[in-house]
Design a protein around this ligand. Structure first.
Ligand SMILES: Cc1cc2nc3c(=O)[nH]c(=O)nc-3n(C[C@H](O)[C@H](O)[C@H](O)COP(=O)(O)OP(=O)(O)OC[C@H]3O[C@@H](n4cnc5c(N)ncnc54)[C@H](O)[C@@H]3O)c2cc1C
Length: 597
């Protein structure tokens, strides 16, 4: 085995792993300040999953209806079923207009109103006057908002001379004896060589792990690598039981139809043609938060009112919007209907089912993006040298359920905040040197794969993980199913350890990359199922049949015992908990209340 000291090394002020919206918003801030910054990505930056975001970015600009950030703050706390940290939520909602105008000034091609202001559409769970009426808060570029945003950020980074390392797979964080993070190891896909990136600051911006599920709206690259890296480095993962099912994935295909469809007026109908959401959510109707709409759809299907020959999907009806609005506001949705369901959405309804979409949990951070762990007194302690932003992180603005448009916002607000915080502190930081064993763990992982003469095929194990997660951690959970899932995932971990590689070649060996990714999938999957089985209540997206609506625990939520964040630790496969931050930065706290729809 090669030793760590012989590997090629590079030195930067900051190394960011991930070129999605969050990574590139942070790198832009750093490059503009003159820092030497490298961004690593498995794919060309503009192919990161952010490019697929359709609907919009939430910000209380008030361009089209009365709005202010206090309403946005309230909606986000309530939408997250009071599990979000109110300091971080306040910060995000207050900063929202600023980061959107920043983007506008960078040249982001937003849709426009006749008066020249940014076009905003309604979105699920977003209201004015504390739930009284719907509001137009989602800043949109047709149904290609993420595409426009990612290209804008990439162009700005090129201008500021950010160094991109494209088609590199970051593998493991390097921690020194003091526990500080001093860099990362990465494999160059083209050559198969392992390199060491030494950095004063390392940032994880690796996106979500939606590919731990079989039916997912997520890109194939969303394998939760940052979660795996953090878990292997001894950092716990927060609130991983909370996974969002998006109500409108194309049935059978998984491809997303943005909530912007319902924002523009689309309606969900059951087999009798009924607009059933009026019955479940008289106030919000089709624009209730995603966890609730998904559960209502599932309920309709369970009660025999699903559509189609097998009564197993719901119809999304956009025919009344008119071809002109559809082609102007939802052109990609029109194409998706045609390509993935063979449906002309201007003339007929399209079959949809709730589909895995987003992880609310992730690597715990504070509002500067610094990764934190808990000490023995359960106080947050900063991990020096490590930041996390975007979907892989959990600053906990989304709590138990994210509102649509709040993720793109989270990327921009906390990407920028982390960048600013690093710039402020960079002059007092130094390269402290690499430990002798910097890459030993990485080299051992690769050596194991190279030495295995037989073993399991990585894709088979990955598929079994996905099928298991779909079955044991779905929209509706039961205690028995989750308990069974814990045992099943533990068995699958043993199989991950036995993965072998038939093709040992080095040049662009995608089988090796996939095998390494499965080692990340299993961390995200185990964190999810173990955290879920332990939470004995229903809250947000974590809905368990055994914990239903009772007078004592409305909606099945049990605040006395479970109003707290979960932390899953890889070592010992154990859990601990930390309090929810109920104190905002400047305004009054929104006290725990029963969530109504
Ligand atoms: C179909 C779809 C539509 C959506 N629509 C919206 C919307 O309208 N509004 C909204 O607010 N949210 C939306 N979301 C959610 C939102 O888009 C995502 O949460 C967000 O874009 C994630 O951004 P990110 O920067 O965290 O990571 P990503 O954009 O996922 O990027 C991750 C980056 O990390 C890199 N990476 C990962 N692992 C490694 C590794 N080991 N080594 C090197 N590089 C690595 C990848 O190459 C990539 O560059 C949508 C999500 C999906 C899937």
């Amino acid at each position: 085995m090669t030793s760590s000291s012989k590997l090629p090394k590079r030195k930067f002020d900051v190394v960011i792993i991930g070129a999605g919206g969050s990574g590139m918003r942070a790198s832009l801030q750093l490059a503009r300040a003159g820092l030497n910054v490298a961004v690593l990505s498995k794919v060309f930056p503009t192919r990161s999953h952010t490019v697929a975001a359709q609907g919009g970015i939430g910000a209380a600009l008030g361009n089209m209806s009365e709005d202010n950030w206090h309403y946005h703050f309230y909606d986000t706390v309530k939408g997250g079923d009071w599990l979000g940290d109110q300091d971080a939520i306040e910060y995000m909602c207050r900063e929202a207009p600023k980061v959107v105008y920043d983007l506008e000034h960078m040249g982001m091609p937003f849709d426009r109103n006749p008066d020249g202001t940014i076009y905003q559409r309604p979105f699920g769970g977003h209201t004015a006057n504390y739930g009284e009426k719907s509001v137009q808060r989602a800043c949109a570029a047709a149904d290609r908002t993420g595409h426009a945003m990612l290209h804008t950020l990439y162009q700005q980074n090129v201008k500021e001379k950010t160094s991109f390392f494209v088609e590199w797979l970051a593998m493991d964080l390097i921690r020194n004896e003091a526990g500080d993070v001093v860099g990362v190891t990465a494999i160059e896909m083209e050559t198969g060589d392992v390199h060491i990136f030494e950095a004063k600051t390392t940032m994880l911006a690796t996106g979500g792990a939606g590919r731990i599920f079989a039916a997912s709206t997520n890109a194939y690259i969303n394998t939760g690598d940052g979660l795996g890296m953090a878990a292997r480095a001894g950092i716990p993962l927060e609130d991983m039981e909370f996974w969002q099912f998006h109500p409108t994935g194309v049935a059978g295909a998984g491809v997303l139809l943005t909530e912007g469809c319902r924002g523009e007026g689309a309606i969900l109908r059951n087999s009798t043609g009924e607009r059933f959401m009026e019955r479940y959510a008289p106030a919000y109707k089709d624009l209730a938060p995603r966890d609730y709409v998904s559960r209502c759809m599932d309920q309709e299907i369970k009660e025999g009112r699903g559509c189609g020959p097998n009564k197993d999907y719901i119809n999304l009806d956009m025919t009344h919007l008119g071809a002109e609005t559809i082609m102007k506001r939802l052109p990609s949705v029109f194409e998706i209907g045609h390509n993935f369901a063979n449906v002309d959405i201007t003339k007929e309804s399209i079959p949809v089912v709730p589909t895995i979409h987003y992880q609310m949990g992730g690597i715990p951070t504070n509002i500067h993006g610094q990764v934190v762990t808990q000490n023995d007194a359960n106080e947050s302690v900063i991990v020096n040298g490590l930041y996390a932003v975007g979907e892989c992180s959990c600053v906990s603005v989304h709590g138990g359920n994210r509102l649509g448009t709040n993720s793109l916002l989270d990327l921009l607000v906390f990407g920028r905040a982390a960048g600013n915080h690093i710039v402020e502190n960079n002059s007092s930081l130094t390269h402290t040197g690499l430990p002798e064993n910097a890459a030993d763990a990485t080299l051992a992982r690769i050596a194991r794969l190279d030495e295995a003469t037989d073993g399991e095929y990585a894709q088979d194990v990955a598929n079994d993980i996905r099928t298991a997660m779909q079955k044991y951690a779905g929209v509706f959970r039961t205690q028995a199913i989750m308990d069974e899932g814990v045992a099943k995932i533990a068995e699958l971990r043993l199989r991950v350890n036995k993965i072998g590689l038939k093709d040992k070649s080095r040049i662009f060996n995608t089988a090796r990359i996939e095998a390494l990714e499965v080692e990340n999938l299993i961390e995200a999957a185990e964190a999810t199922i173990v955290s879920a089985a332990a939470r004995r209540e229903s809250r947000g997206a974590h809905s368990v049949d055994d914990y239903g609506d009772t007078p004592e625990h409305p909606n099945g939520r049990n605040d006395d015992e479970w109003h707290k964040h979960t932390l899953w630790h890889k070592e010992g496969n154990r859990l601990s908990y930390k309090p929810v931050q109920m104190k905002p930065l400047t305004v009054e706290s929104i006290p725990l209340t029963v969530r109504t729809f």
